[in-house]
Write a protein of this length. Structure first.
Length: 581
């Protein structure tokens, strides 16, 4: 289905599409891909269909689901619950007779026998109510307990109505009215009374126990049956029970599943099987390597860093293969417009390369609206116009100032290019280098930066670059630009951030103001290198790794010292930053 963008969008408006979110910026819809999984205490502010959110303060995973007319967060896993309150009370079943609760017991015990005996007890020390039930000719499992009411035709012959009762020979008959028949032992006949029958016996467990209510035929109850003790005996004749009437107690796990083993590691599946739960909890793992992962079931998403493309392991029902996740394509022969603003001749130019942002846009007609849509790779993998793809866009929050003074650093978002803008106001002598650094890892390692500098062509104007810094001594060494008749690169050692270079290691190479710089420590020597494309490196200078200083940090340096008025500012754009082992 074609993308259907909103009409008359405003700056900053978002639009969710499968796999990405677009943001309306500078007259075009710009792709703004978010991570596969958002991790935070609160819900992400701009969700889209399929986004996973790990609620870190509760350890729970949610997925954002759009059902066609609404969107909501739906939990994919749930934390276990623990009973609260008086656990002893929770484990008991309330027993009532004649409408009044007489106590709580732990078990109802059914005992196989030749008759049916119900034993009631008011003694709170007796934790069991026993019921002896006649052994039937058939044994039912839990599947026989369904819902509804047993039909009277299944209970006996005769006419079942408001004037008849079920006799022990399974015949619906009228109840005798004599007092003797009402209160005495009844064999083969029904019995009735207008008042409740109360039997008190705390030890009755068989049909011969004193005080027991003995029913040798059948029993018909037209109202509620209240039991003050445990119910014992064979319950094979209890079928078609309504599960909604279970208001207390706990159903044993053996009655909940037909197969499998219930335990702390298994869960009841929809097919009545106790089984372990597969998947869930963390989202898809991403494999980053030049070659495809050998285990696509563990790593179904593969990022190929050499070509800057993302692949999905897709099973179409008959085969499995890696499928590239790419931007929209256009017909052969379409001409590309290159410029800072969009073309006006849309019949000729359907593709626009924005020279300011270094991004490709496609003119999309969705049927209800038309607009320029960003079709370049996602943020974080922006291909440099002159070489290696920009990786790991830096953020101000990950850096620390040394001698900041009036220097500033801000996160920058210009179209799809991200990074950090660093500026120092122009000033007179003495030097005042501001360093923006991170701790160094264990050697060997390489710190790589793509830098772009803006500085006026003013003699003896310092600039900026990439540096090593030792916090204990305050010394630092740097590759940096300066202007002295021409723009040049230098490698120098500095005793402090407020002094000039104590030793110039390399002087006078004229170089572009947009290039890659690298500081490389191979655990034996330290190398100061530059590159026009991020691939091929030129070593300007090297020495033993402990010469002059032992680095504790690596990062950027900037100094806008001027030889005289007017004092002009210096600014740098850090387009890419990467530290590799």
């Amino acid at each position: 289905m074609a993308l259907n963008f909103p009409n008359s969008p405003v700056e900053g408006q978002t639009f969710s599409a499968p796999g990405r979110i677009y943001v309306y910026s500078n007259g075009a819809w710009v792709a703004n891909v978010t991570p596969t999984v958002q991790i935070s205490d609160t819900a992400p502010p701009y969700p889209y269909h399929g986004l996973l959110w790990w609620r870190s303060n509760q350890g729970r995973l949610f997925v954002y689901f759009e059902d066609g007319d609404s969107g909501q967060w739906v939990e994919t896993t749930s934390a276990g619950t623990t009973p609260n309150g008086n656990l002893d009370a929770i484990a008991r079943v309330n027993i009532a007779k004649a409408g009044a609760v007489s106590g709580a017991r732990r078990t109802i015990n059914f005992i196989e026998g030749t008759g049916a005996t119900l034993t009631l007890s008011d003694d709170p020390t007796n934790e069991r109510v026993n019921v002896t039930v006649a052994v039937g000719s058939h044994t039912h499992g839990a599947a026989d307990i369904t819902s509804g009411t047993i039909a009277t035709a299944r209970l006996g012959s005769g006419t079942a109505d408001s004037t008849t009762f079920l006799r022990g020979d399974q015949t619906w008959v009228s109840v005798p009215t004599t007092e003797a028949d009402t209160l005495a032992s009844v064999t083969g006949r029904g019995a009735t009374t207008s008042t409740a029958i109360s039997l008190t016996n705390s030890t009755a467990s068989t049909s011969t126990s004193t005080g027991a209510l003995v029913i040798t035929g059948g029993a018909a109850v037209g109202g509620n049956l209240y039991v003050g003790g445990a119910i014992n005996g064979n319950g094979s004749g209890l079928t078609s029970l309504n599960a909604s009437n279970l208001s207390s107690g706990t159903v044993p796990v053996d009655r909940l599943g037909l197969s499998g083993t219930p335990s702390s590691t298994t869960y009841l599946r929809g097919d009545n099987t106790w089984a372990t739960v597969s998947g869930g909890g963390g989202g898809a793992s991403i494999w980053t390597c030049a070659s495809a992962p050998v285990d696509p079931n563990t790593y179904p998403i593969w990022w190929q860093p050499d070509i800057g493309k993302l692949f999905i392991y897709y099973n179409d029902g008959t085969s499995s293969q890696w499928v590239e996740s790419t931007s929209p394509t256009v017909a052969t022969g379409v001409q590309v417009w290159a410029g800072a603003t969009a073309p006006t001749d849309l019949s000729t130019y359907r593709l626009w390369y924005n020279t300011n942002y270094g991004r490709m846009f496609y003119y999309l007609d969705s049927g209800s609206s038309v607009q320029w849509v960003d079709s370049s790779p996602a943020v974080g993998t922006v291909t440099s116009a002159f070489g290696k793809a920009d990786t790991s866009p830096p953020a101000v929050a990950n850096w620390t100032w040394v001698n900041q003074g009036s220097a500033t650093a801000t996160d920058r978002i210009y179209g799809a290019n991200t990074g950090i803008s660093i500026r120092q106001p122009g000033h007179a002598l003495p030097n005042a280098y501001s360093l923006f650094v991170q701790p160094v890892p264990s050697a060997p390692y390489r710190a790589t930066a793509r830098l772009r500098i803006s500085m006026p062509p003013k003699n003896f104007l310092q600039g900026g670059g990439i540096c090593w810094y030792e916090s204990g001594t305050g010394e630092f060494e740097a590759i940096y630009w300066e202007f002295n008749t021409a723009f040049t690169l230098r490698v120098s050692s500095f005793n402090t951030v407020t002094s000039g270079a104590s030793t110039n290691r390399f002087n006078g190479l004229e170089y572009d103001k947009d290039l890659w710089m690298s500081l490389y420590d191979d655990n034996t020597n330290r190398y100061f290198q530059v590159s026009p494309d991020g691939y091929e490196w030129v070593t300007l200078y090297s020495h033993a790794r402990t010469t002059f200083l032992t680095p504790s940090h690596v990062g950027l340096c900037i100094d806008a010292v001027n030889s005289g008025a007017p004092n002009l500012d210096v600014s740098m754009a850090l387009m890419s930053w990467e530290i590799t082992g």
